[in-house]
Design a protein around this ligand. Sequence first.
Ligand code: AMP
Length: 119
Amino acid sequence: MTVFHKIAKGEIPCNKVYEDEFTLAFHDINPKAPIHILVIPKLFATDLQDVDDNTLAHMHKAVKEVARLTGLDKNGYRLISNVGKDGGQEVPYIHFHILGGKKLKWPHLTDEPDPHKSL
Ligand code: AMP
């Protein structure tokens, strides 16, 4: 059982932003941007490889709702779903990271040198 199983069941608290029948969205405990919200489905799946299309559609709807509620839809945001070991997934319960609130850098996502620097 992961921490997100417990949050989905209401066994541990979260800083909730949005909830519907199928999904829950809450602030990340260790934010990597001024606004950093996680979206999880209530029906468990491990990751994007595992999740069914219907659940994914509900998660997409929740992302759009969260963006609207927080104003992130105005200037934009980044949507990330880490998958597995190489993807850096720490919690094996599918989730979207919604990141925004400032203009985000892109190269910080990689350990490789910035490919745009030489251009
Ligand atoms: P990932 O590395 O993609 O699996 O992301 C897991 C995310 O869950 C990290 O950004 C953590 O900061 C976040 N996290 C872990 N525990 C909690 C919690 N109890 N409440 C909110 N966010 C959490």
